[in-house]
Design a binder for this molecule. Structure first.
Ligand SMILES: C[S@@+](CC[C@H](N)C(=O)[O-])C[C@H]1O[C@@H](n2cnc3c(N)ncnc32)[C@H](O)[C@@H]1O
Length: 440
């Protein structure tokens, strides 16, 4: 390898450039040093990532890297592997003398890898939102900020809101503690907490502020189904009073013992997990409540229960048995297959259903078909008015036209259901039983 102590820029090419940088004045090294300040990062539109595993994670997330500095001594198989990935991505890798790289990193400890990553632009305030937003109101510690973003992203939260121009999300500590996720989060910045809350309210969020002195126990927070904006506060002063005043809820995580508050990173992790889970469950419950399938199933069950009650009181039978008796009596002779289709049961269920009727002599079973008997006709004559009375009660208030429409609509839904790819038609259910050796 050639040594280079000059400030002459080397040609940037993919993979290892084959030169060793030996001076802190080298332009590639100087470019990284310039990113030590927030202003330098803003001017270059880039930030610094330290360490092999962080660089690997950021590469995996697809964040563009501009250049990479690799310590001369970093030659373990894992280092070679990362070098290969960078080469494949077309990222230039410069070898740097270990002492120089340590100086550039400025941490006083050995550093094997440093990378320059492009800084993504912060999102426009008007960009679309997800359904759960984390608002950092005055959180100052870079380690906490990074932890908040990392936990949020791990829980599927993409939107991070900052309530002041001062919070810096580009420092090495933020990037390190966020494990690079700060580069892929949708970050929005407002001029003040009041502006942030106003924008979130306009966007339809339920604003949930957190405080160790909150009025609501977080686990019982009455979420109302709107998207949630969870506000966490700064290390010393907590969530600002104007945000608390404007929030829909102020929630607390209960604490035992002589503890004034939780660390904001820990508290936010608990809040995001608990409120997000609560929200998913409440939205799910609403969706289930609003589902037509649930309505039809429930209605069907209530109708069957009403008919069952009446049939049991009148003859000790179920409504399905009375209906089977009606069908066979009306048709005189009904093949078992047809009866199964009419009643929506499989062969075993039909058998179990009709045994009491054949035992009473109300139906005769011969050659895989059922025929009516005079005793059955008599029994039906007695049961029919009971059945009709219940049916009239169920359809009370519906006009003749509405009843016809209801029948038509139900027939169409039934056709869709039995033709639906996800539903197992009755004959297949029977085949399944046969394959499993169940008695028919
Ligand atoms: C260290 S605390 C701030 C303490 C501050 N003295 C206060 O009274 O809010 C930082 C943030 O963590 C969150 N936090 C800490 N403990 C909490 C708890 N028990 N319940 C809810 N949030 C809590 C809140 O967002 C709080 O603003």
């Amino acid at each position: 390898m050639n040594g280079t102590g000059s400030s002459r820029p080397a040609t940037v090419e993919a993979g290892d450039t084959g030169q060793v940088v030996t001076s802190v004045k080298d332009v590639r090294v100087a470019a990284v040093r310039a990113l030590g300040s927030r202003a330098g990062r803003a001017a270059a539109g880039a930030c610094v990532l330290e360490g092999r595993s962080l660089i690997e994670q950021v590469l995996t997330a697809g964040t563009p890297l501009r250049e990479v500095l690799r310590a001369q001594s970093a030659s373990a198989p894992e280092d070679e592997q990362l070098a290969g990935r960078l080469r494949d991505r077309g990222v230039a890798v410069h070898r740097v003398r270990d002492g120089v790289l340590r100086q550039v990193a400025g941490s006083g400890r050995p550093v094997a890898w440093l990378a320059l990553a492009a800084l993504p632009a912060e999102a426009e305030v008007s960009a679309p939102w997800g359904d759960f937003v984390l608002v950092c109101d005055g959180v100052a510690d870079p380690g906490n900020l990074g932890t908040l973003v990392r936990s949020g992203r791990a829980l599927g939260i993409d939107d991070i809101v900052l309530t002041d121009p001062g919070t810096d999300m580009t420092s090495r500590r933020v990037l390190d503690s966020s494990r690079g996720t700060a580069l892929t989060a949708r970050m929005r910045r407002f001029g003040s907490p009041a502006e942030a809350v106003a924008a979130l309210r306009t966007a339809g969020f339920q604003i949930v502020a957190t405080s160790p002195h909150g009025r609501h126990l977080q686990a019982l927070a009455p979420l109302d189904g709107r998207p949630v904006a969870l506000v966490v506060g700064g290390e010393t002063s907590g969530v600002g009073q104007e945000v608390i005043d404007a929030a829909d809820l102020l929630v607390a995580i209960p604490m035992a013992g002589a503890v004034e508050s939780l660390n904001v990173g820990v508290a936010a992790g608990i809040s995001m997990y608990e409120l997000r889970t609560k929200r998913v469950l409440s939205v799910l419950t609403e969706r289930i409540r609003g589902s037509l399938g649930r309505d039809i199933t429930l209605t069907g069950r209530f109708i069957r229960d009403a008919l069952d009650r009446a049939a049991r009181e009148a003859a000790g039978l179920s409504s399905a048995q009375v209906i089977a008796l009606m069908v066979v009596t009306a048709e005189q002779h009904t093949p078992a297959d047809e009866l199964r289709r009419d009643l929506g049961v499989d062969a075993q269920e039909l058998h179990d259903l009709l045994v009491p009727l054949t035992e009473r002599g109300w139906l005769a079973h011969r050659e895989n078909a059922y025929t009516r008997t005079p005793e059955g006709e008599q029994a039906l004559a007695a049961l029919w008015p009971v059945h009709q009375q219940v049916e009239q009660g169920l359809l009370a208030g519906l006009s003749a036209d509405e009843r016809r429409t209801l029948r038509d609509l139900l027939g169409r839904v039934r056709t869709n259901a039995t033709g639906h790819a996800g539903l197992l038609p009755l004959q297949h259910r029977d085949q399944g039983r046969e394959a499993g050796g169940d008695a028919l």
